[in-house]
Design a binder for this molecule. Structure first.
Ligand SMILES: NC(=O)c1ccc[n+]([C@@H]2O[C@H](COP(=O)([O-])OP(=O)(O)OC[C@H]3O[C@@H](n4cnc5c(N)ncnc54)[C@H](OP(=O)(O)O)[C@@H]3O)[C@@H](O)[C@H]2O)c1
Length: 277
């Protein structure tokens, strides 16, 4: 009598009580990460590469891609492109699968927000914010599905945000991040029969060099200290490295039981911004 679990490569592995777990992390997995040159995406790329995955990433800045590739011990497949250009993204997915002989996972990490507060934000800001978050994630998965299916299954991780499930400005960003959570939950059901798992990860505020919270910490330390005291119960924002570990777990076979989930990784952060609730 033993249970059988399906791993993300589609094979069925007998599991007996007391058996070694066979934990291999992400070793050998072929994974494409969008937006891998800075912030969370960079940490995901570095962790996956260090753990023996075969990794591809894209960003608009060719110089940053070259510098990242040069800093790694293993080869990194890169393409300078804007993820909001559908044909370029689709071509990159196909090229990556061709180069690596298949695909086991994708991470929709590129994202961001355009415009300001509600009354300062126009229709173009709304559309641009939607495209870089939801549009790109949907097209990435659409392009990856045939390759994941051919591999017998796979894992998709969509990087949403604490702003996707807790209210706070800018609203166009929160609405797009919220849609990403729904995207993952819905696709998990639709793609489940093919052994493709889809999950959303929502980081809390992260200190990314040069980005919003890092600038606030350097330029208005009093306001930053107030934000930490009010909204961050652990006394510090979650680190991108901590979020990257959760993403790696979701790409690994050990998370075979998780699909359609929304995982906050935010150290129990309260509101997503100093505006509170
Ligand atoms: N930072 C936070 O506190 C925080 C909190 C919760 C969730 N998130 C989410 O986590 C993800 C990563 O955020 P981050 O702050 O780490 O990002 P970041 O520092 O702004 O880095 C974004 C990465 O994506 C690339 N990128 C941005 N727009 C792109 C585009 N249109 N096409 C191709 N590549 C693009 C950037 O390179 P190029 O500029 O060269 O293109 C860079 O590699 C995003 O989805 C964000 O919404 C962030």
């Amino acid at each position: 009598m033993f249970d059988r679990v399906r791993n993300v490569s589609g094979s069925r592995t007998p599991v007996r009580p007391g058996d070694p777990t066979g934990w291999s992390g992400v070793r050998g997995k072929r994974v494409l990460v969008t937006g891998g040159t800075r912030g969370l995406g960079e940490q995901i790329v570095r962790l996956l590469a260090a753990e023996g995955a075969r990794v591809a990433t894209c960003a608009r800045g060719a110089g940053d891609l070259a510098a990242l590739a040069a800093s790694l011990d293993s080869p990194l497949f890169t393409r300078a492109l804007d993820v909001t250009e559908p044909e370029r993204l689709e071509e990159f997915v196909a090229a990556m699968a061709n180069r690596f002989g298949g695909l086991d996972g994708v991470v929709a990490c590129a994202g961001g927000s355009r415009g300001g507060r509600f009354e300062e934000t126009d229709a173009e800001d709304w559309a641009a914010t939607w495209e870089v978050n939801v549009g790109h994630a949907a097209r990435l998965v659409r392009a990856a599905v045939p390759h994941l299916r051919a591999a017998g299954g796979g894992s998709v991780v969509v990087i949403s945000s604490i702003s996707g499930w807790k209210p706070g400005p800018p609203v166009q960003y929160g609405v797009a991040k919220s849609a990403q959570i729904q995207l993952a939950a819905s696709l998990a059901r639709e793609l489940g029969p093919d052994g493709i798992r889809v999950n959303a990860v929502s980081p809390g505020s992260m200190l990314i060099p040069g980005r919003r919270w890092d600038r606030m910490r350097r330029e208005d330390s009093e306001a930053y200290a107030g934000f930490v005291a009010t909204e961050l119960p652990s006394g510090a924002p979650v680190a991108p490295e901590e979020v990257a570990r959760v993403v790696a777990f979701l790409l690994s076979d050990w998370s075979s039981g998780i699909s359609g989930a929304h995982l906050p990784v935010d150290r129990a952060q309260n509101a997503p911004s100093p505006d509170g609730y």
